[in-house]
Design a protein around this ligand. Sequence first.
Ligand SMILES: NC(=O)C1=CN([C@@H]2O[C@H](COP(=O)(O)OP(=O)(O)OC[C@H]3O[C@@H](n4cnc5c(N)ncnc54)[C@H](O)[C@@H]3O)[C@@H](O)[C@H]2O)C=CC1
Ligand SMILES: O=C(O)CCC(=O)C(=O)O
Length: 412
Amino acid sequence: MNALAATNRNFRQAARILGLDAKIEKSLLIPFREIKVECTIPKDDGTLASYVGFRVQHDNARGPMKGGIRYHPEVDPDEVNALAQLMTWKTAVADIPYGGAKGGIGCSPEDLSTSELERLTRVFTQKIHDLIGVNTDVPAPDMGTNSQTMAWILDEYSKFHGYSPAVVTGKPVDLGGSLGRDSATGRGVLFATEALLAEHGKSIKGSTFVIQGFGNVGSWAARLIHESGGKVIALSDVTGALKNPNGIDVPKLIRHKEIGNGKLADFSDADRMSPDEILTHECDVLIPCALGGVLNRENAGDVKAKFIIEGANHPTDPEADEILSKKGVVILPDIYANSGGVMVSYFEWVQNIQGFMWDEEKVNSELKRYMSKAFGNIKALCGSHGCNPRMGAFVLGVNRVARATVLRGWEA
Ligand SMILES: NC(=O)C1=CN([C@@H]2O[C@H](COP(=O)(O)OP(=O)(O)OC[C@H]3O[C@@H](n4cnc5c(N)ncnc54)[C@H](O)[C@@H]3O)[C@@H](O)[C@H]2O)C=CC1
Ligand SMILES: O=C(O)CCC(=O)C(=O)O
C-alpha cells in the first residue's frame, strides 16, 4: 500500500473512533498547500542537471508547519504528502505548538559533490523562500540531509529576509542550533523503548535489538542502547547488514564509519548477513530507522521481534500492522517513537526566539519529560478506546488538531 493510502487509512480510523464531523475530516485530509518546483543547477563538470523539489504544508491549525527535508531518489508527491500529514499528527501527539509539513528533492545525494549539493539546496531555497518562515513553516533535516544542509537554507533565506536563525532547526550549533538535536531522534527512540519495555517488566539491559538504518536516527539509537546495556545483535544500512549474537561493538562501528569513512558492510568485528533477513532476525526489539513501507504483507508473518519501535517514518504498512498485531507484536508508532527529533527542534526554535541557549542536560531532560508525557497520554487512550498504540497516538493527535480547527472557526 502506498504511503499516502496507508496514512489516510490510519487517519480515517481515528476519525471514526472520535466521531469526527465529516467536514472536519475532509478538511484535515486536504493539505494546506503543495509546492512543486524545478531546480536546475550547473554540475561541477559544467553540464546542467534538473531536479524536482517538493514542500507539502499539511496543516497549521496548531501553529507554524514543521518537518524535515529529504534528499532521496524515491521522493515523490504521495510520499511527501504522507510524511507531511504524519508531521501534523506527530507535533500534536508531542503537544508542541506546530502543524505539519515535509519536503524533499528527488536526487541521490551520494552521487553529488558537496558544492553540487550546496547549489541544489540554494536553488530550492530560492524557489520556496516566500512560503517558509519562522512563523509559517520551519524545515529541518531528514534522510539524506543534515545540519550543513540547514546552514545553506538559513544563509540563502537570510539573503531575502534578513538573518533568521529560527527559520530552520537542526542547524549547526555555531549558527544557533540546539545542543542535543543531533542525537535527539535516537534518544527519543531510547526513551520510548525504555518506557515500553518497563511496562512489560523488561529493560534495555538484558534485551536484544536489531536496527535497520545506521544514519542519524539508527546510529544514535544503537549507540544509546549500547550505552544503556542493551545488546545490538544485528544492524544494516544501504551498504549491507551485520550480525553478532554476542552484541556488536557499536562505538567501534561508529569509529570505523567516521574515521576511515568506512562502509558498515566492511566492519570486520561482525559477520555479514543478507540485508533481506534483518527485519525477520530473532530479537526482542526491532527498530526500523531507514525507509518507509519496509514491513509489509510479504515479511510481517516472519517477524520474530516482540516489540517494534518505529524510528523511521511509516515503516509498517497497514496490512503488516494487522498481521503483527495478530501475532501479539507491540508496535510504538512513528508519530510517537521518532518524535524526539521534532521535540528538540521545537526547543531549538524556542531558544532562537528567546536568544538564550540551553545546556545539553536541560535539552535531554526536557526531551525525556515530553516523551514520557506523550507515552502516558497514548497509553490512557489505548485503555479507554481498547486500541493499539498506533491508533491511540492517531486519536490523540487528530483530536488535538480537530479541536484547534474548530476553535479557529475553520470548520464551516
Ligand atoms: N533525522 C531525524 O531527526 C528524523 C528522521 N526520521 C526518519 O528516520 C529515518 C532515517 O532518517 P535519518 O537517520 O535522518 O536518515 P540518514 O540519511 O541519516 O540515514 C538513513 C540510513 O538509512 C540507510 N538506508 C537507506 N536505504 C536503506 C535500505 N534499503 N536498507 C537499509 N538501510 C538503508 C542509509 O544507509 C542510512 O544509514 C527516515 O525514515 C526519517 O524520515 C524521523 C524523525 C526525525
Ligand atoms: O525536526 C523536525 O522539525 C522534523 C523532523 C522530521 O522530519 C520528522 O520527525 O519526521
